[in-house]
Design a binder for this molecule. Structure first.
Ligand SMILES: Cc1cc2nc3c(=O)[nH]c(=O)nc-3n(C[C@H](O)[C@H](O)[C@H](O)COP(=O)(O)OP(=O)(O)OC[C@H]3O[C@@H](n4cnc5c(N)ncnc54)[C@H](O)[C@@H]3O)c2cc1C
Length: 437
């Protein structure tokens, strides 16, 4: 599937569709005004939001959401859970709100996509669709680090999909010996939530300050620079002490950040001994190791032949797959650059796609595409930082709008950062209400 071009793929799928149904596969516009069936795969940030907004904007459509789990825990605010500042219950949601809105919620695992026959194959059968939206998030790619596997995550929790992994890392942090070492090992770009590991480190410092004051945090980074680096450094310095070193690392009384070329890049992990080995041959043994593996689009995207050579799904400006333009791909699984892989991006893409589908069903022109991302991070429970960006289409490209947005930190008072923390909690209420009604 990866080796054929998009036109051939669509032609082939059209032929397959005609062969199985006796009908000619029609473009989206053919559904204008019809009561089509939109199937959304993945009831996380992108999928739940898209299903929710379709019930508002395309009231004649039948909307089915297929999600494998009966509950969803948000990754946003899961770092607070890990550091004992919030409970799993406070970040966990069911699907009753969406059901009340008229979404047909099916708890099943999608195991295949038959684009020609326009149906998804699930563990218990198949579901036909007129329009398909995929938002399956990420899966882990263990191919670049020796010893990396899903099994290793049981000893060295990544906690990069909220749920049992979050609880496991929380338990390990709470039980860490006094003066112990927490290693956080983030992967290369691109990955889900680029600022997440550095917020996790900051909240670990806040937790340890109170419960384990001699504990140390070491971030072994595969990268040379990281998201919101200036903002995090300013926050770390002001709240916990420390500064950048001449070699380009960061060093504080309880925190070290080591960049990839200075020995930060992890090349091997051993779950049995809680050890990671970096490119320079150094062995680092932690009391708790939060090794975050490299990521690619949710497995179903690869199985359906929708991924590029790097494992992510290329999409057009309207988020239709570049491989198959009868499927939308949103959220972390898509290549939406310059938008980051964040919940806010997924939510913004979901609303755009819901609007596009609603317009097409009504026989109207889709509204112009605009996107946004706001990403709050906590430096402590009390202080936050944020980055905001607005996106639009210019000269056929998705671009960041100059002068709109920015990073909220430099030289601002702690009172300002206390407000940012409050806004972050407001943002959380908004995004989860957009997801679950
Ligand atoms: C620690 C951490 C902190 C974060 N903090 C923030 C933040 O502050 N702000 C922010 O904007 N973003 C944040 N994020 C990022 C955010 O969580 C993700 O970017 C967002 O959830 C992506 O949405 P999605 O719909 O692509 O994937 P998900 O939300 O992961 O949803 C995917 C869903 O698809 C389901 N699924 C997958 N495959 C199948 C299948 N085959 N069949 C059926 N169901 C399937 C999964 O069960 C899952 O429910 C954070 C992430 C982490 C790890």
């Amino acid at each position: 599937m990866n080796n054929i071009n998009r036109r051939d793929f669509v032609k082939m799928m059209g032929a397959a569709g005609a062969a199985t149904t006796g009908a000619i596969l029609l473009p989206f516009e053919a559904y204008a005004g019809a009561n089509g069936h939109v199937v959304v795969v993945g009831g996380g940030t992108g999928g739940a939001t898209c299903a929710n907004y379709l019930t508002r904007w395309a009231p004649n459509a039948k909307v089915t959401l297929i999600e494998k789990d009966s509950k969803y825990s948000t990754c946003f605010f899961s770092n607070e859970v890990i550091m004992g500042m919030a409970t799993m219950d406070s970040i966990t949601y069911g699907y009753d709100g969406l059901k009340k809105r008229g979404v047909n919620v099916v708890h099943d695992t999608v195991t295949g996509i038959d684009t020609g026959g326009k149906k998804v194959i699930t563990g218990s059968g198949s579901i036909s669709y007129d329009i398909l939206v995929l938002s399956p998030g990420i899966t882990f790619d263990h191919s670049t680090v020796d010893g990396s596997s899903d099994a290793v995550a049981e000893q060295m929790p990544h906690a990069w999909k909220a749920g049992p992994q979050t609880s496991l890392l929380a338990k390990q942090i709470a039980g860490m010996r006094q003066g112990g070492l927490l290693i956080i090992a983030p992967p290369e770009n691109p990955f889900r939530c680029p600022p997440g590991p550095y917020e996790r480190a900051a909240l670990a410092l806040a937790h340890f300050k109170e419960h384990n004051p001699t504990a140390q945090v070491v971030i072994l980074d595969a990268k040379e620079k990281h998201s919101k680096q200036g903002a995090f450094r300013e926050g770390w310095t002001r709240v916990y002490g420390g500064e950048a070193t001449a070699e380009g690392n960061f060093e504080g009384p309880n925190l070290k950040w080591i960049k990839g070329s200075n020995g930060g890049k992890v090349v091997e992990v051993d779950g049995a001994t809680n050890t990671v080995i970096t490119e320079d041959g150094e062995e680092h043994k932690g009391d708790v190791v939060n090794y975050i593996p490299k990521q690619v689009a949710g497995a179903i995207c690869k199985d359906a032949g929708l991924v590029n050579a790097t494992g992510w799904c290329d999409v057009d400006l309207d988020f239709k797959s570049k491989v198959c333009d009868i499927v939308f791909v949103i959220g972390d699984a898509s290549v939406a650059s310059p938008m980051p892989k964040s919940g806010h991006s997924a939510s913004s893409q979901a609303k755009n796609v819901a609007a596009t589908i609603a317009a097409q069903m009504a026989g109207e022109e889709a509204p112009p595409w605009t996107g946004s991302n706001t990403c709050y991070s906590f430096i402590s429970e009390k202080y936050g930082i944020s980055v905001v960006a607005i996106y639009a289409v210019k000269d056929g490209k998705r671009v960041k709008v100059k002068g709109a947005g920015g990073v909220a930190f430099k030289g601002k008072s702690l009172r300002h950062h206390a407000k940012e923390a409050k806004y972050a909690r407001g943002w959380y209420k908004g995004i989860t209400s957009d997801m679950f009604g």
